[in-house]
Design a protein around this ligand. Structure first.
Ligand code: SAM
Length: 197
């Protein structure tokens, strides 16, 4: 679904909210594509709404194409908590407006990586540099009921190109020690999410 729709020549999503519906006042659900309206009046509200919605069970994933204003509070506090950030290579182009691009860089903030598949990662890779937040990714996988081994396997497969088991075997790493690290990292992530005590 697309909670900020209207400007595109043809809707991308089957379900959408326009300015008239006010996507900020609605519940989002499923796999969400967000390209919020540009401008100071909107940045903070959409950033806060995105983080809030990303924590609701009805929301499987959010892919948010947002201004790369990484120095701002609204970015750091909200999009900075995504599971992965993709720093887009070059400038995006506005559909239907020949050669028009924004004057600022763009970032894709992805929430809910555990609900997305390899094709999604391949697509991100083609757009720019993908930086996963390891602790956030692993915590979500554990919350979704996966074992540390399964969570690590997915993480390694997607971001390092081989399974965790292969990596541990080649490097002669103790897997229980790494599982313990995962538990500690994800617990710290929980604390950070609750206000960084
Ligand atoms: C950058 S465009 C994105 C259009 C399209 N979703 C896309 O990805 O190409 C932002 C859209 O959000 C709409 N919009 C503005 N305020 C909104 C609001 N409060 N709720 C929902 N949509 C809004 C604008 O009309 C515009 O169509």
């Amino acid at each position: 679904m697309d909670p900020a729709s209207g400007a595109e020549p043809k809707p991308y999503a089957t379900d959408r909210y326009t300015k008239e519906d006010d996507g900020l006042a609605q519940d989002w659900y499923g796999h969400v594509w967000l390209n919020p309206p540009y401008g100071r009046d909107f940045n903070e509200d959409f950033a806060e709404k995105t983080l809030e919605e990303s924590r609701r069970d009805e929301v499987k994933s959010i892919t948010a194409l947002v201004p790369g204003s990484v120095e701002t509070n609204w970015f750091q506090e909200n999009y900075g908590k995504a599971d992965a950030l993709t720093f887009i290579d070059g400038r995006v182009k506005f559909v239907g407006e020949k050669d028009m691009s924004p004057s600022f860089p763009s970032v894709i903030a992805t929430y809910g990586l555990e609900n997305l598949n390899g094709d999604y990662f391949d697509a991100l890779d083609e757009l720019g540099l993908v930086y996963p937040r390891t602790e956030s990714f692993l915590r979500r996988m554990l919350d979704a009921g996966r074992s540390p081994a399964a969570a690590l396997d997915t993480y390694f497969t997607e971001f390092r190109g081989h399974t965790f088991a292969e990596w541990a075997r080649v490097r002669d790493v103790s897997t229980p020690a790494v599982y313990q690290n995962v538990k500690e990292i994800t617990t710290k992530g929980d604390k950070a999410a609750k206000g960084g005590q």
